[in-house]
Design a protein around this ligand. Structure first.
Ligand SMILES: [Fe+2]
Ligand SMILES: [Fe+2]
Length: 210
């Protein structure tokens, strides 16, 4: 019988949970497929693997958040909007996974934890009404786009593949925050924004390492 490592088991837990919600990807191709392999040193590869593990963890959390929002949505329109954005986030998840594989790395062992926590957060932030849920979502997407920008600045010059993936993801996240705003998002208090930032920082610190 095959023995699975802890990381393999954690990947299976996440896949099984996501399968039950049957969120399909939107079908867009891997943005870096046409770019030939770049020349990265071992240290550069290690850095990019760690950065992409953080982004993969973020996309696992995005699946959880949007599932939580869809579960607690008060209107059919809101639920559909959440599921549509979740399917674009699924593209991101697949792209990050692909890039990690190309670099010979593994996703975060704590992915099941990020997933469970973010489903809870999605439900909690949707509990009052749809406009508050959209406010939380808008702020999340603004913070994610800022974060991706910081990773773009840290990439090795030769790593065109990761650059293209992160740029595409960033433009989607900006679109998601615009959609939330235009759909009536209510701005959330500064104090909550700060807590969101600090919580995300814990996830980033941990998934950068393991
Ligand atoms: Fe995303
Ligand atoms: Fe997004």
């Amino acid at each position: 019988m095959r023995n699975f490592s802890k990381i393999d088991k954690s990947i299976m837990k996440v896949s099984k949970f996501l399968e039950t919600f049957n969120i399909k990807n939107s079908g867009r191709p891997y943005p870096a497929s046409k770019i030939s392999n770049e020349n990265l040193t071992q240290d550069e590869k290690k850095l990019v693997t760690n950065l992409m593990r953080v982004n993969h963890a973020g996309e696992v959390a995005a699946q959880g958040l949007y599932i939580g929002h869809a579960l607690a949505a008060k209107s059919v329109e809101q639920r559909e909007m959440m599921l549509e954005m979740a399917s674009e986030e699924k593209d991101h998840l697949i792209w990050c996974n692909e890039r990690i594989k190309e670099l010979g790395g593994k996703p975060s062992i704590f992915d099941p934890l990020w997933l469970a926590g973010s489903v809870g957060l999605g439900i909690l932030s949707s509990i009052t009404n749809d406009r508050n849920a959209l406010g939380f979502l808008e702020e999340t997407e603004i913070q994610v786009a800022d974060h991706l920008n910081s990773h773009l600045k840290r990439l090795p010059k030769n790593d065109v593949k990761t650059k293209i993936i992160l740029e595409k993801m960033k433009s989607d996240e900006e679109k998601h925050s615009d959609t939330a705003r235009q759909s009536g998002a209510r701005e959330i208090p500064e104090k909550v924004k700060k807590i969101m930032e600090q919580t995300a920082n814990i996830m980033k610190e941990v998934s950068f390492r393991i």
